[in-house]
Design a protein around this ligand. Structure first.
Ligand code: AMP
Length: 594
């Protein structure tokens, strides 16, 4: 097939904004394309050579194109650069320079689609020593054979800026009409696309196997599945109505969504946007390699940063620091390890599970994972009343999560790849607010450290003072903000307060490794005050059965040795802080919406 045939369609597409017209032009192009290269034509039209998830980019720098065009047209690089500055599109510059050279008068060997694709493919795989010269040679060769209009698109393509504006869905429409037997086949084609994220592959499957091959299209390990998305509600009753009275509630972890493709040969990790992120998470890769009991599996889960000394979940931002860091990745992994919480299973035992109901997928997932402290199924509870949902929500927030993911357990609970729907609903707290002030809290217990903090305390159990009952009620477990010096110092500082049982004036549902008489006071900052099923501060004051906790507490470095335990922040003050947060949100709901 001649490259000029594709370019003809590109020029016409550029001249219109009407989707129907673009579809018609694409149908004509597909009709004219030999089946054997349909995938290549689809990729080229999308301005790429492969599906995005392979991460293979052409990677030609502007400078190199200046050089190639200078060689082909006999103009100086400066003149080409000046033209580029003026027009803002190097493709147009290349076209007009080639026109000036009256290229048409030369004998020209016509470019084929295969040749253009193959040269680009060679350029994309070129790396290391001598690769720049080689890329230059290839580009010059290609542009030397190109007509002015072809040069426009070759130049744009090389820069990764083809930008025809053809949507994936328009290509699917055109495939349906041209090969699929009509527009009615569009939904099955879309289904195949959602299961492979690869339009070229879908086109090739259709072209070679017909619509039957598309109808029986299965997911494959190595090709990411477009993620299922959730709707959002903030009222437990409304959620239950949508779920027909009963649902599965899962912790909504505040981390990074990962789709893992695990085979005996390799583990590949994809982000929610389907980029290959395997290199950024060698620890997650290792976890999956070691703890999965099957040969070929596709699963989804959330990777969440954890405090290595306490195992507590940390804010999501800490994980995002990994992205883009190549050189000190190892150090970052040591300092901020992640835990992985699988929540769905899409393929296992050679079966495409996306059409199976949620409870079946979940049960298979449970059997598949060898759990340990770094990898465990998302926490889940079947709920059939708003109270149960709210109670589980408080527990989730107390455990460092941002809310719940509510999932249908009915017959409609298949995995809807690439779609947002009411069978998954996000249930987040309605507010999120920065804590205005620091608090001073009494140390009433401690937890033994793990890993790097072995032998020291990993976290402290902290309490506020309830003046009216003369009791200390717990409000958080804090393991952040301590320097190595603090960690060395704390056992000595606390030694004199140690006792073998909870102190009579300490009200705690949490059981630490060591108890203390309230004496030492520390200054703490946190993200916000939240309702909590496990802490006793302000118990029953806001809601029956719930206390208050400080989320993401961090030691400021200040030992309040000037304060006695009874001078620390009171439970009344914490209740006030919680109410002040709510008021702030009521005053400015948009700014504070979570
Ligand atoms: P959002 O990013 O706010 O639209 O919420 C959806 C995201 O929540 C998903 O893309 C996942 O990354 C994340 N998530 C956390 N826990 C779960 C879970 N148990 N089930 C599904 N998604 C979860």
């Amino acid at each position: 097939m001649l490259y000029s045939r594709i370019v003809e369609t590109y020029t016409e597409i550029e001249a219109t904004t009407k989707r129907l017209e673009i579809t018609r032009l694409l149908v004509e192009l597909i009709d004219a394309t030999p089946r054997s290269i349909i995938d290549k034509v689809v990729y080229l039209t999308q301005g790429k050579l492969y599906p995005d998830f392979l991460g293979i980019e052409l990677g030609v720098a502007e400078k190199l194109l200046f050089r190639a065009l200078a060689k082909v047209t006999g103009q100086t690089e400066e003149k080409i650069m000046a033209g580029y500055k003026k027009l803002g599109d190097l493709g147009t510059v290349a076209e007009s320079l080639l026109k000036d050279k009256t290229q048409a008068s030369f004998h020209r060997e016509a470019l084929t689609v295969e040749e253009v694709y193959n040269v680009f493919d060679t350029i994309a795989h070129e790396a290391g020593k001598g690769s720049i010269d080689s890329k230059l040679r290839h580009l010059t060769g290609l542009l030397g054979k190109a007509s002015p209009t072809e040069a426009r698109y070759i130049t744009r393509m090389a820069l990764g800026r083809l930008r025809l504006g053809v949507a994936d869905m328009t290509i699917l429409d055109a495939l349906a009409i041209s090969i699929g037997g009509g527009k009615e086949s569009r939904p099955v084609l879309e289904r195949a696309y959602n299961r492979s994220s690869d339009l070229g592959h879908v086109a090739k499957t259709l072209a070679t196997g017909g619509i039957e091959a598309i109808e029986s299209f299965k997911v494959t390990v190595g090709r990411p599945i477009r993620p299922m998305l959730a709707e959002r509600l903030s009222d437990a009753r409304a959620i239950l109505v949508k779920m027909n009275g009963e649902c599965a509630a899962e912790y909504k972890y505040d981390g990074l969504r990962v789709q893992a493709h695990v085979s005996t040969k390799e583990v590949t990790l994809f982000s929610r946007r389907l980029e290959n992120i395997t290199d950024q998470f060698p620890d997650v890769r290792q976890l999956l390699k070691k703890n999965i009991e099957e040969e070929a599996v596709i699963l989804e889960g959330e990777a969440v940063p954890v405090d290595p000394s306490t195992g507590e979940l940390l804010p999501f931002q800490l994980i995002s620091q990994r992205r883009g860091r190549k050189y000190d990745l190892e150090k970052t992994i040591g300092e901020i390890p992640v835990a992985f919480f699988p929540f769905d299973l899409l393929y296992a035992d050679t079966i495409d599970l996306t059409d199976r109901p949620y409870l079946e997928r979940r049960e298979r997932l449970r059997k598949l994972i060898r759990k340990n402290e770094k990898i465990n199924l998302s926490q889940q509870k079947i709920c059939n009343g708003p109270e149960a949902l709210d109670e589980f929500m408080e527990q989730a927030v107390a455990d460092g999560c941002e809310g719940l993911m509510i999932k249908s357990i009915g017959p409609d609970s298949t995995y809807k790849a690439g779609a947002r729907g009411w069978t998954w609903i996000k249930y987040k707290r309605e507010y999120k607010s920065e804590m205005q002030d620091s608090v001073d809290l009494a140390v009433v217990g401690a937890f033994a450290g793990r890993g790097r903090r072995g032998g020291a305390y990993g976290a402290l159990l902290l309490a506020a003072y309830d003046k009216s009952d003369d009791v200390f009620r717990t409000v958080c477990k804090c393991g952040s903000g301590f320097t190595d010096e603090d960690l060395n110092k704390l056992p000595k500082l606390l030694e004199k307060y140690g006792i073998s049982h909870p102190h009579a004036r300490v009200d705690s549902k949490v059981v630490p490794d060591v108890w203390f008489v309230p004496g030492l006071v520390l200054e703490i900052v946190g993200a916000e005050v939240t309702l909590s099923p496990i802490h006793t501060c302000g118990m029953n004051r806001i809601r029956p059965g719930a206390g208050l906790a400080i989320r993401f507490p961090r030691f400021t470095g200040k030992y309040r040795e000037d304060k006695s335990a009874e001078d620390c922040t009171t439970t009344d003050e914490v209740v006030k802080m919680y109410r002040a947060q709510l008021k702030k949100i009521a005053a400015n709901p948009l700014a504070e919406a979570a």
